[in-house]
Design a protein around this ligand. Sequence first.
Ligand code: CTP
Length: 401
Amino acid sequence: MSKPKVVLGVSGGIAAYKACELLRRLTESGHDVRVVPTASALHFVGAATWSALSGNPVATEVWDDVHEVPHVRIGQHADLVVVAPATADMLAKAAHGLADDLLTNTLLTARCPVVFAPAMHTEMWEHPATQENVATLRRRGAVVIEPAVGRLTGVDTGKGRLPDPVEIFEICRRVLARGVTEPDLAGRHVVISAGGTREPLDPVRFLGNRSSGKQGYALARTAAARGARVTLIAANTTGLPDPAGVDVVPVGTAVELREAVLKATRDADAVVMAAAVADFRPATYATGKIKKKDDQEPEPVALVRNPDVLAEISADRARPGQVIVGFAAETDDVLANGRKKLARKGCDLLVVNEVGERKTFGAEENEAVVLAADGGETPVPHGPKEALADTVWDLVAARLR
Ligand code: CTP
């Protein structure tokens, strides 16, 4: 099999150096990458670097190697075009169909999926001109990743940073795997909860669970790759990198998670509750560390119920037509318990998976059945958590249509 052909477009921003890492990941994972920098990108990273890392010739203008008609061929033969970083100027040119160098020509001739990873100062990103260009590109089917928030060039911080190249690579991999030319979640806002809540007993102890958050993160990554605006409510998922283009809201307890979910779901098209939410919390919180007393038996821990977030948002939908998905971790009678839970929670879909000592928690792979309120049943064979995530989005997208 021939290697998938990827065009890496690089426009002129300081984040161009980070595209070297993206290029390295793409080539090392078996992609044939042709780098097409703009003339201004070459001020930041020279052609020799791109050529050496890609193993392919590098051209910027349509006048190089004219006999090969590169301004048409490169785009026509690509399986994926990714522009990282995409400057405000590049987004404007792409949105308006300008073609004054090799990269802009390539964007016009490409018939494959196109991913833009914008990077610029916050003011430029927020400017209505840029926002309208982004909306135009998304409407036409391009995946435009939301920039990350953080330190920008110089001392200022804000939204506009290029997302981590590892995460841009993940999006490219997902888009290539699915061959999506029209991202079916474009223009949709999806909310995902991930991880496991911790219910504190005192300043050093908590009641928690073994959920790693990986399934929720896979859902966030795949939704972003399918064009959605994603809010990820992350309960105690330290150690997992923020997926590119995803708005991450960290929470600790079930009560905090509920607040964050209710706020984010107001304008959401779909909500996926992948987090393991503690059903109970200690009735009291000791502000000082609970000390053991050598001559006394320990005090029992009294618990009170936590709100059931999934049942609450399902019963009182923030928007008509909002699709709500729950997860059920079961150890016995998996399907029968799943059906009962689906009815009790009132959601549209319930992903039922079997858990146990060595199953699912923290693993990279998963196996599940997705039960639907309309009686549907979709088995998902053992495989990567991203495959399960894509099945969930297939079912959600079908319901949103
Ligand atoms: N969930 C929730 N709020 C809670 C508990 C659970 O929103 N207080 C959500 C989870 O995010 C998950 C689904 O409900 O999507 C199933 O959670 P689970 O704990 O498996 O179900 P329970 O209702 O707690 O049933 P049981 O403990 O009897 O298995």
